[in-house]
Design a protein around this ligand. Sequence first.
Ligand code: C6P
Length: 404
Amino acid sequence: MFNVDNIRKDFPILQRKINGHPLIYFDNAATSQTPDMVIQSIVDYYNNYNANIHRGVHTLSQEATDAYEGARLKIQKHFNAKKSHEIILTSGTTHGINLVASGFTSLLKGGDEVIVSALEHHSNIVPWQMLCERTGAILKVIPISLKGELIIEEYEKMLSEKTKIVFVGHVSNALGTINPIEHIIKKAKEFGAAILIDGAQATPHIKPDVEQLDCDFYVCSAHKLCGPTGIGMLYGKEEWLLKLPPYQGGGEMINEVTFEKTTYADLPHKFEAGTPNISGGIAFGIALDYLNHIGLDKIAIYENELLNYATKKLLEIDRLKIYGTSTKKTAVISFNIEGIHPYDIGTIIDKLGIAVRTGHHCAQPIMDHYNIPGTIRASFSFYNTKEEIDVFVKAVERAKNMLL
Ligand code: C6P
């Protein structure tokens, strides 16, 4: 399929030792690691053509502008957006969602309804709650089953002419459940509601085709895609981006400014006020080149192998319970060991060089659903191996024996 040993050589950080042990990085759902070609693209930018973009006639500024706009084209192609100005470069998923939620303020009135799911990350809950507070709109919540899947019949019952926008995650960060977004989008459209998909956790494993999905908005973060932090994208259908007001005012988002009246720039600049994360945008494009060179389809197959292997091995540990047991999952395993706080396991296995996330994973409603304070979350990437999983499972067992 692909040679994992060779792939691992692309990631300098994988050579690191933590507490004297080789790093085993299983916190990929929080942030993926960065291949050397992405790191070098940032070094190259600062060494050779660091300048502000869209502003200067000088060579450096033009080179930087070309590279930044070139990245936008790569992102457009990757997500199959019809037009490059439908790609807004943001600081990440959270920024993209806030931009849309803020823009809907003038489009909603008291009594309108908006729909979220109980599987969401706080970034796809709180901005909408704030929108509801501003407008008097009502927030409805799609419930989830014990397996951690959305109860789609309940969603269908919730939809009505009053529904103005639906916002759901493509993949759950805490459980890994892959949601049936094609169906969710189709149903929202039947009622004329707009739909936003939070793709933060899907995009490292799945290549979404926004044209085919027919969603109105799709958001993601580069740092989960082998890119740097502080950069991401919002895809928005042109008709929606034209309708929404600017999110922030400032340089570069204007057409003309006078004290009487300011007119706004065309898309995408209307939503890109201020100097952006230029090297980050360029590196985002390089990260997509890197992933596409390997192939996201191959990545998904390999990661699924890791998921099945780790699930089987972990379940051999007595008193261990996995949360999120959908058959459609990305390579995320959330679990607890009866009688032990997740934080204690996370702390002990860190001493052995293993990085996992513990806690509520910014998804408290999911923890409430299972009536637990949090979980241990191991999330795998295509540069992880079965040998690392063996070491991890032994470490969890060792931690369990120390703590019980
Ligand atoms: N989840 C995790 O450990 P930002 O921080 O803007 O790049 O992404 C926010 C976000 C939004 N939606 C989903 C589904 C996410 O998973 C995240 C980020 C990380 O699960 C960090 S909290």
